[in-house]
Design a protein around this ligand. Sequence first.
Ligand code: DGT
Ligand code: CA
Ligand code: CA
Length: 580
Amino acid sequence: MSTNTEVAQIFYAMADLLDLQGERFKPDAYRRAARSVESLGEDLRKVAQRGGLDQIPGVGEQLREKILEYIRTGRISAYEKLRATFPPGVLELMAIPGIGPKTTGRFYTELHLDSPAALAQAIDQGRLNGLAGFGPKKIENLREALRAVAAAPPSSRIPLLAAWRLARSILQELSRRTPVDALEIAGSVRRCRENCGDLDLLATSARPPETIAVFAGLAGVRKVVMQGDTRATVIHDPGIQIDLRVVEPVSFGAAWQYFTGSKDHNIHLRTLARDAGLKINEYGVFRGEKRVAGATEADVYDAMDMQWMYPEIRENQGEIELAQQKKIPSLIQIEQIRGDLHRHIPDAPDRSWMKDLVTEARRWKFQYLGLVEAPGGSAASHRSRIQEIRRLWNEAQPEGLRLHLGWEVVLGKMMDPPDPESLFDYIISVPDKKGSAISPKPPTSPLLRRPLFVGHLSLGAPGAEVPREAAGPWIDWAQTNGVALELTAAGAEEGLDAGGARWAHEAGVVLVLSAGAGALSEIELTVCRARRGWVPPDGVLNSRADAVGATAPKVSKPKRPPRVGRTERRGPAAGERTDP
Ligand code: DGT
Ligand code: CA
Ligand code: CA
């Protein structure tokens, strides 16, 4: 897609959202600008270079700034903010053919309908009858449109971050509303695969049918594909299949192991079990009729004379042999992360965010936080903001938590303000994307100043696996320049993925693990992704107390002996971290 089309699409989408908010004039202004941008014969970046954005019909000062932001960063923050003001279900409702922003807005404000599922229910209950402008024919059309959307096959595979967020929220809801004892994520989400076919959940419960019924009745459930006493399969908004199985506590470990997979890992285990005169399945490990293991995963692997291993590496790529030799290396864990080095300083007029951030950082037992100033704006404005942040931090004096200030700089661009060392503790370099979604190859010119790490690297679409051709040049560059590379919860869209992390680590490049643009708690997913890349604690810069201020980071081979079992219940999906 060209920059022009991309910008036009965002403006159209913003117009719809502004309509939904009930704005009167702004939506038309955005649509007019979108149409002119779309029909422009010249690339927007060229127009911007010659300073001609102002001459585009319908583009005033505010829209010009948004276009410039898009060219500079590949995103428009106002659009992201606008989207975030609505529940995701409302956006899905608006996307259904035949339901525009105006109708969605009325459903949302007049009937409090916030998802396609809620609308379907309201129609069934007759709550639309008598609503001005909604005759029987129109209601029938709505019903038809909803049916068509619900019947559509779940859209291929889901990016990990979306699957993980959904799985987390469902676990929270279920554990709040039903008598579950254990409740965990299995399948590819637990293994932290970059994209997931469906979600696999596993529970033990005092009253299985009740747990299943609550699950099948969740607000986001579009369709119940199958419902029994101990199992159900549903299609959840926005078209994601979820399986829930309730199992006996004596089999929980075996079931968790089995449904975590991968299939190849399981097949290999089954062969080994057979050779040892054992049988392994989702109910346990058996010698003859006797169950010799099943309650915990550690028991299951132990019965096979193997070390327990992290779910993220169960891909039948040598981990089984290592577990037999008791040589599974120690890989990075969330408890070893000492801070996030890439939290952007919010553009909020009041500074209450700082208190929230500190609270959240405490929850993770962080020792430092890196607040980062993004490019753009004048030297004077950076200076006053940074000085204010330092002053506020000193006033708050959060005990045991250090503040580091980072400066985000576009690679190869001139750097202002002229005396950055006095303001900032470290530099993050970001690639010069020039409006394209994917980052170009690293620059060949020498570095003006060495950054601590490279962030906002986009090496692929959401849910995509980073190809070696895309990651390789950056890994070489990072190695040559002694710079670390970033990994975030968004994967290829915002940094390396698990595969890239593995290549980088093997090449001796240090990694920085960040939460990314979402909640700080999502750093947990980043850590899982790093484990999938076989990254040990020593390979992670922000597992070190002196992450900032250290000279060229170097990786040494892990010396600590592998630790077994202790982390089992803390798998990437364990619900316990969400409720401190
Ligand atoms: P996905 O959903 O395509 O992203 O990948 P998975 O790994 O979540 O696969 P899924 O949902 O079909 O099944 C979940 C786990 O159940 C899988 O990782 C291993 C286990 N499993 C499924 N089918 C088989 C099978 O035929 N044999 C064995 N040994 N295990 C299986
Ligand atoms: Ca699955
Ligand atoms: Ca499944």
